[in-house]
Structure formats: structure tokens, C-alpha cells
Design a protein around this ligand. Structure first.
Ligand code: C2E
Ligand code: CA
Ligand code: CA
Length: 776
């Protein structure tokens, strides 16, 4: 167990002494008076100073000087008190004024300075108002005090003002002025003081109570050391220093209208009471004058408060409004949803996102984009009911809250019962909203059509919590968007799917850093001789739980998440290293690696490849990069430049899946391509005359352009034979060999690479007219 800190012990001891002292005072005769007055009392006062010192030493930052000021004030008061008690013990109770009053008086400006600094620090934005409130509170308090201290004042009015009267009035007055400041700070902060201010204000109140009692008793000549009042002073001070130990909660200004009016209302109440009471029993003139002043200042302050309340209201509305469309904003949406959730109202949240809004903004300018957004808002509004809410929550996203009270008349054609009729109601509204937005917009003379996607989530079925509800509407909206627009109700299954996708993405990132991404290799054979000339590297993911995954299980995700360059880099590294190894082992094969369009556009690609080749000592001629037709079309200029640099390195380039894309012949003529890989769709039904014709003419085209032709997807002997007859150069397919891991393929390659005969005997007997086109 940790030993309590020194300050905790001091603080505890001080309060224990305070209770003992108060108890002793209450017990009266039963406790030894000199022990009580001259031991317990001074001990408490000194302990209070000690607590103050401990607090000041613990305080850091801006509050530090404030704490020291308070401690100094408390120390002065204690000094005065000790002087007073010593004189009293020695048998001569000091008259007013005495040197003790120097100490008592010195406390006031010190504590006042501390309070003022503190108030300024915590209500920076409301300085003027705090000052005015403080003045007003002070006027109200002094008016009340002047009435209450009538006897003291009357003695003064009769006998002329002497120092004694002034002091008796000044003590409670100064305490209460400080209380006024605390009240003003509370009014500015918009809440009752609950933190340090509560202790500070409370301490002052107790202290003021002691001073007022003292003033009244002195006026009546009934005060003597040893009355209960004596405990109130140190207890008030102890509360004050306790306030220094309590952490500040800073400026929490949630200014509420009620609080802005607190001080004027209070002061007015006191002033009016004073004036009314004055009608029956004459109060001191000073009291009525102060009351009148308080009324005037209160009138001014109320004016200001009124404006403040109006401004607050305006600011509140502004904070909830979207300035472009005048609709509610995201905050308004959440407030509304929270309110409806609290009222257990059955609602649906509709999130609407415009399709292709970015294009409008980019091509027609922000001005037109803004116009469009305003018109969208104006179109949606009339389709909603009065109790619904329409907001714009950002960019081109609108959110609606629809009340799902389906009137029985709205039941669908099939006459379903009310439960589902409600659901249908919401989705029908959503469909109508989308349809309305489909109608052309007229923007600055431009006629424009725009689509929208809406996601729907219902409270409480889809989520009984506001954030969850909006999030699910968002998921549904994205599902709608992915499905080409329209309306989509939140579906937990799709959500699960998207979560799984996210999880997979995370695993994929890990996979790329570890050994989970591996290369399988599928051989390519010379159709004429049967020799293996090269292998194609095909990516596989050795997934820790799902087993070996084929590319179609994860390549889309890789591409969408921008991980393709990383994956390609890894595949290139694996393939080049493996190929170099095979060649070291005497297996003279080449290797082909697939490149996606996104990778081909990377400027650093040629240098990266060149470095890899050097690192592993592989001749450039042994590497082929496969590109799909369409990837060549993506950005012809940048892609052309990269292709040229790769070709200059001596790397062969192959057009993959040839025949399925949109490549024009001029591209084949102009780009530095070396190989066409006829897509396997043309190989599936080779007995169909048309397919044969396609293969034949592609062979002819390739050879005419000086390219070699590879047939993919060769699945049977007949196809292979036909390819040989048609003059195809290379073949790849399950019939020859399925893709395998490198170590499983090495054995297979031995005996099939250059010189060794290939298992299909007939092939090796017949030689083709068209040998592979030599690489340029
Ligand atoms: P692709 O480039 O057309 O690769 C040939 C695909 O056909 C491979 O599928 C291969 O296993 C399969 N195949 C080979 N012979 C036959 C056959 O006789 N019949 C049939 N039906 N299929 C055959 P895989 O390995 O599943 O790869 C699919 C696609 O994934 C590849 O098509 C390629 O586009 C892509 N891919 C594979 N590895 C990579 C890579 O490292 N990078 C990139 N960017 N894409 C890759
Ligand atoms: Ca390929
Ligand atoms: Ca292919």
C-alpha cells in the first residue's frame, strides 16, 4: 500500500482539528476554555496555512501565482489572529482598530487579486460580462448587507463615521464582494460551481457569515473570544485553501440562457425587497441608494443578457445548419436521431450519395456543383413528410430521417400486413427520391442528368444505437453504389462480407511481408519440338487458414487496395531468382511474369527490373513480361515509354489474353512487342471451324508482324496436334503440365529442356515449318 502524501495528512489533520475546535466551542463550559481558545484555535489557523502552502507547492502553470496569493492572504489573516489571541490571553482584548486588523485587512486584496486572476483565466471570452455581473452582484449584496447591518450603520449615522464602524462594515462587505465575483464567474460559465470554485465561494460565504455575526455582536457589544463565530473564520479559510487542492475543470462555458440571467434576476430581487421593506421600516439611506443603483445596472445587464440569449439561439441554429443548402447538417442529424432514439420512435435513416458528382465539380466547376447541391436539396424536400428530417452531411451526401409510421392505406398491391408495409413505405420513398433525382437538372444553361445511391437502415432492427444506425446506412449506401446506384436496405450478410474483406486485406498486407505469397510455375513448350522453353510465374497465396488460394480469390482486392506494385515486385523477385537458379542447375528456361496495368505505369519499373536482373545474374533475354491488351491502352504515352525502356534492356514483352481486349493492329505494329498469347477461350472448342480459323489467322498475323504465338489453355492432345498443324509456336496448358511449386517442377523440367525428348513422342517426330521467332 502506498503511504499517503504529506499534504493529505496535513489536510486531514487540519479538518480533524477544525471539528474538534467547533465541538469544543459548542460544548461551552465543559471544555477548558484556555486550551480551546489558545491552543486548538491557533493550531487550526497554523494548520490551515500549512495546507495552503502544500497546495501552492503542488500547483503548476498559470494557477500557481493565484495559489500563492491566497496563501499569503491566509498567512496575513493568521498573523493578525495570533496577535489578537495573544493580547486576549494576556488580558487585554484589542479594541477596534488594532494591529491585528492590519493582518485581517491585508488578506482582502491578496485573495481578491487571486480570484480576479482566476476568473480572468477561466472566462477569457466573457471578461466584460463577468465584470458587469460582479458589479451588479456586489450592488445587490451590499444593498442587502446595508439593510441587515442596519444597527451598525445607524450607530455610524448617529456618532459619525469612525474607524471601528468602517471596519465592521468593511469586513463582511469585502467578503461578499468576493462572493459576488464567484457568482459572476458561475454565471459566465453557465453552471453552478462544482469544482474548485465551489470550495472558494463556500469558504468565503462561511467567512462572511463570521464577519457579519462579529459586526452585529460588536455593535451590540456582545462579542467575546470563545463564541462559535471563532470557528467559522478558520473553517472558512480551510475551505478556501481546500479549493486550491481541487483540480480545475477549466472553462466549460456551455452558456445557457438561464445562467446569463441569474445575476440580474438575483440582484433585482434583493433590490426590490430592500425598497419594499423600506416602506415599512426605515432602512439606512445607503441601503436604498445601493438598491436603486442595483436596479439600474440590472436593467442594463438584462438587456445584454437578452441579446446574449438571442445570439446563443442564433449560434445554436447556425451550428446545426449547412450554409450552402440551408438544410440541417451532420450535427442536426445526430441531435435529431438521439432525440428520436430517446423517444423510441421507429425511424429509418436514408443516406444518399450523388453518383459522379466529382465529375460535375471537376468539369463544370464548383459553382455549378454548388447549384446542383442546392437543387438536389430543393427536390428532395417536397417528397418528405413534415415530421421527417432532411440534412446535408458533407460533400454530395444527404441524410434523411424518415418516420416509419405506415398508414394502412399505403399497403402494397399484395396487401401485406402492416409490419412489412412499413418497411416498404420507406424503401418506396427512397425509390421515389432516386427517381426524382434522375430527372434532368438545368444548371446555368447546362442540362445535366445525375444518378444517386441510397442506403437505408432502420431503427431499431438494424441498430438500436445512433452511430451504428448511420454507419449501417452508409454500408448499405456503398452496396447500392457498388451495384450501380439505386436503393439498398442494410443487409447484415453484405456487411459481414465487407468486414471479411477488410480482414482479408489486413491478412494480405501481412502476407506480402511474409512468405505467404508464393510463385507457382507453368511450363511453356515448343509445339514443334516439345522442348520446354520457359515457365510462366503464377501467383498463389498460401493462406494460414484457407489453404492455397488462386489469384482470382484475391487479385481484385490487391488491385483495389493499391497493393499491386508490391505484389508484382515480390513475384518479379521470386521468378527472377528461381529462373537464375534453374539456369545454374543447367536448365536453360526463360520465365514470364504477369504485369498489371497499374504496374506498367510505374515509372520506376524498368530500373527496378534492370537491377533485379543484375542482382541475380539473369540475362534480360530470359525474362518475358506479360501484359493484357487493355493495359496497353490505359495511358498509351506513359506506358509506351516504359515498354520501350524495357525492350531496350532486352526483355521480351507479351500480349496476354490476346483476342479478348480492344487492341488495334496499329498498336501491335507500333509497340515493341515480341509475343502474342492467344486467350484460352479460342482453344476450348477447336473442332469448331470458326475457332480454328481464328487460331490460323492469328498465327499468320503474329508471324507477319514478326511475333511468336503462344496458345494458352491446351487441355488435350487433339488441340496440341491441331496447333502444330496450324503452325503455332508455343503451347501452355493442363495437358502439358499444371502450374506447380518450383521444387515440384524442377524434376519435371529435367529431361524436357533443350535436347531431351518430350513425353509426347509424335510431336518430337514432326517438325514445324515455323520455328519460334527469335527474340529481337
Ligand atoms: P493468365 O495470365 O491468363 O494465366 C493463365 C491462367 O490459366 C492460370 O490461372 C493458369 O493456371 C490457367 N491455366 C493454365 N493452363 C490451363 C488449361 O489448360 N486450362 C484452363 N482452364 N486454365 C489453364 P491462374 O494461375 O489462376 O491465374 C489467373 C490469372 O491471374 C492469370 O491469368 C493472370 O491474369 C493473373 N495472375 C496470376 N499471377 C499473377 C501475377 O503474378 N501478377 C498479376 N498481375 N496477375 C497474375
Ligand atoms: Ca499470363
Ligand atoms: Ca492469359
Amino acid at each position: 500500500m502506498r503511504t499517503p502524501r504529506g499534504w493529505v495528512l496535513t489536510w486531514g489533520l487540519a479538518w480533524a482539528t477544525a471539528f474538534a475546535y467547533a465541538g469544543a466551542l459548542l460544548a461551552g463550559e465543559r471544555v477548558d476554555a484556555s486550551l480551546r481558545d489558545y491552543v486548538l484555535g491557533p493550531t487550526l489557523a497554523l494548520l490551515t496555512v500549512a495546507v495552503g502552502l502544500a497546495a501552492a507547492l503542488r500547483t503548476t502553470g498559470a494557477a500557481r501565482s493565484e495559489s500563492w496569493l491566497v496563501v499569503a492572504g491566509v498567512a496575513c489573516w493568521t498573523a493578525g489572529n495570533l496577535y489578537y489571541l495573544t493580547s486576549d490571553a494576556l488580558g487585554h482584548q484589542p479594541e477596534l482598530p488594532s494591529p491585528a486588523d492590519l493582518g485581517f485587512l491585508a488578506m482582502v486584496p491578496l485573495v481578491a487579486a487571486a480570484f480576479w486572476l482566476r476568473a480572468r483565466r477561466q472566462t477569457r471570452s466573457a471578461g466584460g460580462r463577468v465584470a458587469l455581473d460582479a458589479v451588479l452582484a456586489a450592488l445587490g449584496i451590499t444593498a442587502g448587507l446595508a439593510s441587515g447591518l442596519g444597527p451598525v450603520l445607524r450607530r455610524a449615522e448617529g456618532a459619525g463615521l469612525d474607524a471601528a464602524v468602517l471596519l465592521t462594515f468593511a469586513y463582511p462587505l469585502s467578503d461578499l464582494l468576493l462572493v459576488a465575483l464567484v457568482v459572476a464567474v458561475a454565471a459566465a460559465r453557465g453552471s453552478w460551481p462544482r469544482d474548485a470554485w465551489a470550495w472558494l465561494g463556500g469558504g468565503l460565504l462561511v467567512f462572511a457569515a463570521a464577519d457579519i455575526t462579529f459586526a452585529l455582536r460588536t455593535a451590540a457589544d456582545t462579542y467575546a473570544v470563545g463564541s462559535l463565530v471563532d470557528a467559522l473564520w478558520p473553517i472558512g479559510l480551510l475551505m478556501l485553501v481546500t479549493g486550491l487542492l481541487v483540480p480545475d475543470r477549466g472553462d466549460q462555458s456551455q452558456r445557457s440562457g438561464t445562467f446569463a440571467l441569474l445575476v440580474p434576476a438575483g440582484a433585482t430581487g434583493v433590490a426590490v425587497t430592500v425598497l419594499v421593506v423600506d416602506r415599512w421600516t426605515a432602512l439606512p439611506v445607503l441601503a436604498t441608494v445601493l438598491a436603486a443603483c442595483a436596479l439600474v445596472v440590472a436593467a442594463v445587464r438584462t438587456q445584454l443578457a437578452f441579446r446574449q440569449v438571442v445570439a446563443l439561439h442564433g449560434a445554436g441554429r447556425q451550428a446545426r445548419t449547412d450554409s450552402l443548402t440551408g438544410l440541417g447538417n451532420r450535427r442536426a442529424l445526430y441531435e435529431d436521431l438521439h432525440a428520436r432514439q430517446a423517444a423510441a420512435q421507429q425511424v429509418a435513416v436514408l443516406l444518399l450519395d450523388l453518383d459522379r458528382f466529382k465529375e460535375v465539380n471537376d468539369t463544370l466547376g464548383h459553382h455549378v456543383g454548388d447549384l446542383l447541391l442546392r437543387q438536389v436539396g430543393a427536390r428532395l424536400g417536397p417528397l418528405l413528410r413534415e415530421q421527417d428530417l432532411l440534412t446535408r452531411i458533407g460533400g454530395d451526401e444527404f441524410a434523411m430521417v424518415l418516420v416509419r409510421t405506415g398508414a394502412p392505406g399505403r399497403t402494397g398491391h399484395d396487401g401485406q400486413m402492416s409490419g412489412t408495409a412499413r418497411e416498404r413505405d420507406v424503401e418506396q420513398v427512397a425509390e421515389r427520391l432516386v427517381a426524382r433525382l434522375h430527372e434532368p437538372f438545368e444548371l446555368d444553361g447546362v442540362r445535366l442528368r445525375i444518378g444517386a445511391s441510397i442506403g437505408v437502415a432502420c431503427f431499431p432492427e438494424d441498430s438500436d444505437e445512433v452511430n451504428g444506425l448511420v454507419q449501417r446506412a452508409d454500408i448499405a449506401m456503398y452496396a447500392a453504389k457498388a451495384g450501380g446506384g439505386g436503393v439498398r436496405r442494410y443487409d447484415a450478410a453484405t456487411d459481414l462480407h465487407s468486414r471479411q474483406r477488410l480482414a482479408t486485406l489486413e491478412q494480405l498486407r501481412t502476407a506480402l511481408r511474409t512468405e505467404e505469397i508464393v510463385a507457382y510455375y507453368q511450363p511453356q513448350c515448343d509445339v514443334a519440338t516439345g522442348h520446354v522453353t520457359g515457365v510462366e510465374a503464377l501467383v498463389r497465396w498460401q493462406h494460414p487458414t484457407r489453404g492455397l488460394l488462386a489469384p482470382d480469390a484475391f487479385l481484385d482486392l490487391v488491385e483495389q487496395s493499391g497493393l499491386m506494385p508490391e505484389l508484382t515486385g515480390r513475384m518479379l523477385g521470386l521468378a527472377v531468382r528461381q529462373c537464375a537458379q534453374w539456369r545454374l542447375d543447367g536448365l536453360e528456361v526463360g520465365v514470364s511474369v504477369n504485369l498489371s496495368a497499374s504496374c506498367l505505369l510505374q515509372e520506376a519499373l524498368p530500373d527496378h527490373v534492370a537491377r533485379l536482373l543484375v542482382t541475380h545474374g539473369l540475362p534480360a533475354g530470359a525474362l518475358t513480361l506479360e501484359l493484357t491488351e487493355n493495359s496497353l491502352l490505359e495511358d498509351p504515352e506513359r506506358c509506351g515509354a516504359n515498354l520501350l525502356r524495357l525492350a531496350q534492356l532486352g526483355i521480351a514483352l507479351s500480349v496476354d489474353d490476346y483476342g479478348t481486349g480492344y487492341c488495334s493492329l496499329s498498336y501491335l505494329r507500333d509497340l515493341p512487342v515480341h509475343e502474342l498469347k492467344l486467350d484460352r477461350v479460342f482453344l476450348t472448342d477447336l473442332d469448331v471451324v470458326r475457332n480454328q480459323a481464328i487460331v490460323r489467322s492469328t498465327v499468320d498475323l503474329a508471324h507477319a508482324l514478326g511475333l511468336r504465338l503462344v496458345a494458352e489453355g491446351v487441355e488435350d492432345e487433339a488441340s496440341l496436334e491441331l496447333l502444330r498443324d496450324l503452325g503455332c509456336d508455343l503451347a501452355q496448358g493442363y495437358h502439358l503440365c499444371r502450374p506447380r511449386a518450383a521444387n515440384q517442377l524442377t524434376g519435371w523440367l529435367r529431361g524436357r529442356v533443350a535436347g531431351t525428348s518430350y513425353d509426347c513422342a509424335r510431336l518430337s517426330e514432326t517438325s514445324s515449318h515455323h520455328g519460334p521467332v527469335p527474340r529481337t
